[in-house]
Design a protein around this ligand. Structure first.
Ligand SMILES: NC(=O)c1ccc[n+]([C@@H]2O[C@H](COP(=O)([O-])OP(=O)(O)OC[C@H]3O[C@@H](n4cnc5c(N)ncnc54)[C@H](OP(=O)(O)O)[C@@H]3O)[C@@H](O)[C@H]2O)c1
Length: 224
């Protein structure tokens, strides 16, 4: 088995589509989510990604017991509304824990393994609200927490140059998911992007041509 990939948030709305895409593309899947699950014949390992010790232990076990991943697609994250005046320390802390720490804890645990094995690729999920301030006005803590992932990707790309280590940020607009449809029933869903389209674009990063991309910020906006 040559291609092995770690996917966090594997059972989430985007995670299910990404797991399916990479599974049918022949990758060995190492899923992680809060609850244990079996998807496509592969185990989803349970872990709270805010628990640094658990993350460290799990990554160590993965490298000892299964096919070492060459890449990590870090999908755990979430949204909270709140305008500028609602962006207090507690709101910021919650968003940073969910959107940044859950990814950075994996980076901290994986990076030494990527260095030891001669390379690796991190894929983060950003937000349009980071790139367009108008889209950040009513979810300021969310946007600020996601902005850290863009910065982390840039640092990884500088650090990893010459080591075959890279990071990409994939930026969806609104994803067409059941929770989003329920929350915005009057929206034009056809303008949103689909989890499947995002999964296809992430997969492109791992094709022969996609492997040449570096420092990429991939906007998957469709018409929204
Ligand atoms: N949905 C959108 O429109 C949209 C737009 C732009 C960007 N994004 C980003 O895309 C990514 C995926 O979104 P999604 O809609 O697929 O989210 P989702 O359906 O909520 O899936 C996220 C998964 O991560 C898990 N998770 C949360 N905190 C965790 C933790 N500390 N440890 C382990 N697992 C944890 C969740 O489990 P629990 O449910 O048990 O917490 C859930 O299974 C997120 O980063 C999100 O910010 C989404």
């Amino acid at each position: 088995m040559s291609k092995s990939i770690l996917i966090t948030g594997a059972t989430g709305n985007l995670g299910q589509a990404v797991v399916k895409k990479f599974y049918f593309a022949g990758f060995h899947i190492i899923g992680i989510d809060r609850e244990r699950a079996i998807m496509g014949g592969y185990e989803v390992y349970p872990a709270d990604l805010n628990d640094e010790a658990r993350v460290e232990e799990l990554i160590q076990a993965i490298f000892e017991e299964t096919y070492p991943p060459q890449a990590a697609i870090l999908l755990v994250g979430g949204y909270a509304p709140g305008d500028l005046l609602a962006t207090d320390a507690s709101s910021m802390q919650k968003m940073i824990q969910l959107n940044f720490d859950t990814a950075n804890n994996i980076v901290q645990a994986l990076l030494p393994h990527f260095e030891a094995q001669g390379g690796g690729h991190f894929v983060f999920i950003g937000s349009k609200a980071v790139l367009e301030p108008n889209a950040a006005l009513y979810n300021v803590a969310y946007a600020l927490s996601k902005s850290l992932l863009f910065q982390l990707a840039e640092v990884i790309n500088v650090y990893g140059k010459g080591k075959n280590i890279r990071a990409t940020v994939v930026v969806p607009s609104t994803i067409d998911t059941p929770p989003n449809r329920a929350a915005m029933p009057d929206a034009d869903f056809s303008k949103w992007t689909t989890a499947e389209a995002i999964a296809d674009n992430i997969h492109f990063l791992f094709t022969d041509s996609g492997q040449h991309l570096r420092g990429t910020v991939l906007k998957v906006y469709n018409e929204s």
